[in-house]
Design a protein around this ligand. Sequence first.
Ligand code: GRF
Length: 214
Amino acid sequence: MLESSCAGGGILTDRKHRLGVLASGRGSNLQAIIDACADGRLDAVVAVVISDNEDAFALSRAKDAGIRAEFIPWVKGKRTDWEAKAVEILNEEGCELVCLAGYMRIAGSTLLNAFKNRVLNIHPALLPSFPGLHAQEQAFDWGVKISGCTVHFVTDDLDMGPIILQKAVQVREDDTAESLADRILEQEHKAYPEAIGLALSGRTELTGRKVKVK
Ligand code: GRF
């Protein structure tokens, strides 16, 4: 359904949009999405949270909010099986969009083909600079003066999918990698709900690797 939204058609529905979230850890971005749904900034609900980590705090956040929380054990070399199970659950819940929020696995073709142009990710740097792990530290160590965060559609090219929106964060003289990461995280919590809202709104148009916002 989002494909028509990307083409400018919008998603016509009289019910709230249903989101699936994949998370491996503390889930602060998940919480920001849940809060945006609760206070009406997003006309959506988080229908299910799926994790590859049984102890992920994201799962507790989901349960606290009354959201279905699913742990799928990760078996090395069995990405396709993990994703097939996740896709089954996401479809069962009628999810239109899948949000990766601190999901520490690479998204493979089983997930990406099932949700073509409908998987989003948030990254704590201004892509295409500093992809991969520990992006805030990479940027800090490089000595950049501005960093930030990026929300993008996920493709099979890690952290390189079409960019929906970015927020910049100035690096201060007295910053440490940690203090910079904290300020970037504050912006992530604003950026992710905004980007989800755009993706659901029908105001985005995907042309090649460019996301135009009408
Ligand atoms: C965030 O910094 C996000 O950008 C990155 O992983 C971290 C997840 O944090 N992809 P949280 O679990 O959402 O608190």
